[in-house]
Design a protein around this ligand. Structure first.
Ligand SMILES: NC(=O)C1=CN([C@@H]2O[C@H](COP(=O)(O)OP(=O)(O)OC[C@H]3O[C@@H](n4cnc5c(N)ncnc54)[C@H](OP(=O)(O)O)[C@@H]3O)[C@@H](O)[C@H]2O)C=CC1
Ligand SMILES: CC(=O)N[C@@H](CCC(=O)OP(=O)(O)O)C(=O)O
Length: 347
């Protein structure tokens, strides 16, 4: 079978590097371009010694020039770029006939005004928002398969949306009572020098940040509102924890009056019975990042607090995996009609 020629734009960052790892191992993909302004001219193996000796690791980084990327024959590109930058390159690559899977926030929101509200600047390509598909494969696999432009979800949103959407669709919880507490590893902030992210600032320390209006609320509330069929507004409290990668989220909400708690487990089972990458841990299951890092799995457990009437949803994923790179690859497999598990059998 001919492999799909594919590019990674922004391959020197954390999600880019995870994509390099995944694509070099994928049986249906030929990595033909990897971009970085700083590393242009050096090979993947030189820049990232972990890849030395792997077939494909001799590929040299090129600059992020759309013509140069298209000239490699790439049929698709993953964009692992900062938001704002991604939209511009996405447009140029779409015009050159590539399919685009964007890991940034640029195409996740339907409403450009919401983007301006949460990102502090006008949307750079509002005309493309209509065709972008929010790439949560467990929720809209058919739309992803037919897309030209996929907006891969943020890391926190994935960990919050997958447990909640089935409960909202089944009408089991009161949306006004949803509170999501998340803890993220430091790679979630990207590969940059920033004083609050230095080892001495983060190590042996945990802190909340981004309250009360973290930018991920925009896409979380967009998707929860679609599931509930009504506007949903939630409280979201992200925390930075001293691990390289991994997100653990605990979400709570009040069960609606008269709802039997067992319905929570039933709704999750029904939604994810055929989902390759959602592992349900059942009642009392406390998901642990240790078991999901470097994989495309999200583990979800739940509990009912009979004293307060709240349901507790515990989820864990890798922010660079199911929260970014491997989830984007899951969408890629759908886009190109490949085996859903291809390149993702990671444990
Ligand atoms: N880290 C995470 O857990 C997650 C990140 N995301 C999103 O994915 C995207 C990438 O994130 P992450 O890998 O963490 O980011 P990094 O900061 O680690 O990497 C950014 C990449 O983009 C390149 N880049 C930066 N600025 C420009 C520019 N102006 N033009 C062209 N290339 C540029 C950098 O290379 P160079 O400077 O050499 O050009 C680098 O390869 C972001 O939008 C992020 O929000 C999504 C989900 C999770
Ligand atoms: C720990 C940390 O700093 N995390 C990042 C979220 C990473 C992510 O998913 O961001 P995108 O929406 O840009 O894809 C943050 O809070 O901004």
């Amino acid at each position: 079978m001919e492999r799909v020629k594919t590019a990674i734009v922004g391959a020197s960052g954390y999600t880019g590097q995870e994509l390099v790892r995944l694509l070099l191992m994928h049986p249906g993909i030929e990595l033909v371009a990897a971009t970085s302004r700083q590393e242009a001219g050096r090979s993947l193996g030189d820049v990232f010694p972990r890849f030395r000796g792997m077939p494909g690791s001799e590929l040299a980084f090129i600059g992020p020039d759309p013509d140069a990327i298209a000239a490699t024959g790439a049929k698709a590109a993953f964009l692992a770029l900062p938001h704002g930058v991604a939209a511009e390159i996405a447009r140029a690559l779409l015009e050159r006939g590539l399919k685009v899977i964007d890991l940034s926030a640029d195409f996740r929101l339907r409403d450009p005004q919401v983007y301006a509200e949460f990102y502090g600047h006008e949307h750079p390509a509002p005309d493309l928002l209509g065709e972008a598909v929010y790439g949560l494969p467990e929720v809209r696999s058919n739309a992803i398969a037919a897309a030209r432009l996929v907006a891969s979800p943020g890391c926190y949103p994935t960990s919050i949306l997958l447990p909640l959407i089935p409960l909202l669709k089944a009408g089991l919880i009161d949306p006004a009572t949803i509170v999501a507490n998340s803890m993220s590893g430091v790679s979630g902030a990207g590969r940059k020098a920033d004083i609050p992210l230095l080892f001495c600032e983060c190590n042996e320390s945990v802190r909340a940040y981004g309250v009360p209006k973290h930018r991920h609320l925009s896409e979380i509330e967009q998707e929860l509102s679609l599931a509930a069929g009504d506007k949903v507004t939630i409280t979201f409290i992200p925390h930075l924890i001293p691990v390289n990668a991994g997100i653990a989220t605990t979400t709570t909400a009040m069960l609606k009056p008269g709802v039997d708690a067992a319905a929570v487990g039933e709704a999750l089972e029904k939604a994810y019975a055929d989902a390759d990458f959602v592992r349900l841990l059942g009642k009392g299951g406390c998901a642990d990042t240790k078991h999901v890092t470097r994989t495309n799995f999200i583990d979800i457990g739940w509990e009912h607090d009979a004293r307060t009437g709240r349901v507790l949803l515990m989820s864990a994923e890798d922010n660079l995996g199911k929260g970014a790179g491997s989830q984007a690859l899951q969408s890629f497999n759908l886009l190109f009609g490949l085996e859903p598990m291809a390149g993702l059998q990671l444990v």
